[in-house]
Design a binder for this molecule. Structure first.
Ligand code: GDP
Length: 305
């Protein structure tokens, strides 16, 4: 599988190369440099709020004469970004899915269609099994006929059982069955796929809330994790999406997919800053090994390399 650094190659060639060009010269840090910095930050897909905050921090320190040369400005930005993506230093080396003592440990995976939910669940199932846990998958994305089939292909590949409803059946009932079957069968981890779009006119968030409530009925206290899968190529729209899902469902962690296909990797910074949620994994390709644990330290090192 690809490394996180390899997955960030396009992002490094994007806004980071423009930042590094600013830092590379001998030019003292003056209003001109700050204006250039502003331009780069506001077009870097990190979100307006985070761009503003980074810029204000830099301005303030220049005003205090703490940042006289470009190397110091670079170090200051790096430090600030490291602070943001580690959630104030809480997750220095990152934090994979933390499988608690509950059995089954139930993970509900949400996200809009095409974000990479099904693929991520397949990859995640392999990871969880490699950690020595038995896995059962719930094919709760009943909107797309292909989603269930795709999940079954992944399930076969990793050798995990899958609970599938009939096409067009209620996603909540499929997830209920999966959680219940997991409990009865002594399975360690149940991972439930969910719909990213609906057959009915019911709003997606209301439907997903229902799925969450119903999982709790099958296994009290579940789901223990609500993982939100976001497509990095959406850039700043992913931040808005994350807010919407988080408000409705109480997301506990983020998986950012397709980092390999985009220069918009700066979105990681915006998501962490605006939502304070941990990025647990990033997708850096389509293969099973291409789901990488997100390490804030490694991320910052790769960006500023
Ligand atoms: P879903 O609708 O959310 O279940 O999305 P899928 O899992 O079907 O994924 C949509 C497409 O994105 C598929 O072609 C996947 O192979 C692709 N995909 C998912 N994750 C990644 C990733 O990290 N990198 C790349 N390059 N492609 C990915």
């Amino acid at each position: 599988g690809k490394t996180l650094a390899a997955g960030l190659e396009k992002t490094r060639g994007g806004f980071m190369s423009r930042l590094n060009a600013l830092f590379g010269g001998e030019r003292p840090v003056d209003d001109g440099v700050l204006a250039d910095l502003e331009e780069v930050l506001f077009t870097a897909d990190i979100g307006v709020k985070t761009a503003t905050r980074l810029l204000e921090t830099a301005r303030e320190r220049v005003r205090k004469k703490e940042l006289s040369d470009p190397a110091k400005l670079k170090a200051a930005l790096r430090e600030e970004i490291a602070r943001i993506v580690s959630l104030d230093g809480r997750l220095d080396a990152g934090e994979e899915l933390a499988i608690g003592a509950q059995r089954p440990f139930v993970v509900m995976v949400v996200g809009v269609n095409g974000a990479g939910k099904t693929t991520t669940i397949g990859k995640l199932a392999a990871k969880v099994q490699a950690r020595g846990h038995s896995v059962l998958l719930g094919a709760g994305d009943t909107f797309r006929a292909a989603a269930g089939e795709q999940l079954e292909i992944w399930a076969e590949r990793v050798g995990a059982p899958v609970v599938r409803g009939k096409e067009g059946s209620d996603p909540a009932s499929v997830c209920f069955e999966a959680a219940k079957k997991g409990a009865e069968g002594g399975v360690d981890v149940v991972i439930c796929d969910t719909a990213g779009r609906l057959h009915t006119k019911a709003p997606l968030m209301e439907e997903l809330k229902k799925v969450k409530r119903v999982i709790d009925k099958a296994v009290p206290g579940a789901p223990h994790e609500v993982l939100l899968v976001l497509d990095a190529t959406n850039g700043q729209n992913a931040i808005a999406q994350a807010r919407q899902f988080h408000e409705a469902l109480g997301v506990t962690g983020i998986v950012l997919t397709k980092l390999d296909g985009t220069a918009k990797g700066g979105v990681v910074i915006g998501i962490c800053d605006e939502l304070g949620l941990p990025v647990r994994y990033v997708g850096v390709g389509e293969k099973v090994a291409d789901l990488r644990p997100f390490s804030p330290r490694e991320f910052v090192e790769a960006l500023f390399a």
